[in-house]
Design a protein around this ligand. Structure first.
Ligand code: SAM
Length: 273
């Protein structure tokens, strides 16, 4: 999966507890990146044991994100993007995808994990259009009040909020629907919310992978039904083709439409009227 010459050989990052796995680092490992520790690789083992094609699930999500960001910038005319739970820099970062269409697009990355801030700052050192901050999606007010957000995102004009592969890391008790509603309340007319998530489409692999996420050491990772996921878009109009399997959302010639994890991931984009 990786040659492991990543974080193991790097100087320590403040506030990182090496005895606890991190979602961002586990995701990086599953995607074949280098930013992970032994504890993350151990936890990932439980995921692969449950569903061996778990990496494809992450790749399906990244592929959807690429198409969705391209659509938002090219077709919907979006020039400001707030990416919540953005993750570690990886192949095809959101600002790179957006800038391939228009280099002036503003992007603010937000993640709870301090390692994302450290790596993002290094990557974005000389980029005036894009920044990264630490924030918790459960506190939407604080994110929108952050000076980096107020500087780069004019919330009186249309903007897009990306919630890719993040609501499923909130438990039912953390009420991801209330988080989505708080985001929607902040959207100006013509703005968009992307949500993509693990899907419980009534197949055993979804249950097995959810169990591995919840009980395999990470403690987070809910597979939600179509009906549950539609609630993320309350108050918004779903753009065509609606809430679908991620690979069915405006597929292009790079979309893995024959993916073995096709039925385990759903995605949609809602528009505020
Ligand atoms: C699976 S990754 C998704 C990364 C990227 N959005 C993507 O779709 O490829 C989930 C990310 O959400 C972050 N995260 C988890 N809980 C969070 C929270 N409460 N607030 C902000 N970020 C959070 C994790 O640190 C991780 O980087």
């Amino acid at each position: 999966m990786s040659d492991n010459r990543g974080l193991d050989d790097a100087p320590g990052i403040p506030d990182v507890d090496l005895t606890r796995p991190s979602i961002a680092r586990v995701y990086d490992y599953v995607l074949g990146g280098k930013d992970h520790y032994e504890i993350d690789r151990q936890v990932s083992g439980a995921l692969f044991a449950a569903v061996p094609e778990t990496s494809q699930l992450a790749l399906d999500n990244r592929n959807h994100l690429r198409r969705a960001v391209t659509w938002l910038v090219r077709e919907a005319g979006i020039r400001q993007i707030l990416d919540l739970g953005s993750g570690l820099p990886t192949a095809g970062n959101v600002h790179e995808i957006a800038h391939a269409v228009d280099p002036s697009v503003h992007v603010v990355y937000v993640d709870i994990d301090p390692i994302v801030l450290a790596h993002g700052r290094a990557l974005l050192d000389d980029d005036d259009t894009t920044t990264v901050i630490t924030g918790d999606i459960r506190d939407i007010d604080a994110i929108f009040a952050d000076p980096a957000v107020t500087e780069l995102i004019d919330t009186s004009a249309p903007f897009a909020v990306l919630a890719a592969s993040i609501f499923h890391h909130l438990s039912d008790d953390e009420d991801p629907y209330a988080v989505a509603a708080a985001i929607t309340a902040r959207l100006s007319p013509g703005s968009y919310l992307l949500a993509s998530n693990f899907l419980d489409d009534d197949e055993p692999r979804a249950k097995a992978l959810e169990k591995a996420f919840l009980e395999g050491g990470l403690g987070t990772g809910r597979f939600r039904t179509w009906a549950e996921q539609r609630r993320f878009f309350d108050g918004l109009e779903l753009v065509e083709p609606g809430l679908t399997y991620a690979n069915d959302w405006r597929p292009d010639d790079q979309t893995p439409t024959e993916s073995p994890t096709h039925t385990l991931y759903a995605a949609g984009i809602g528009r505020k009227a």
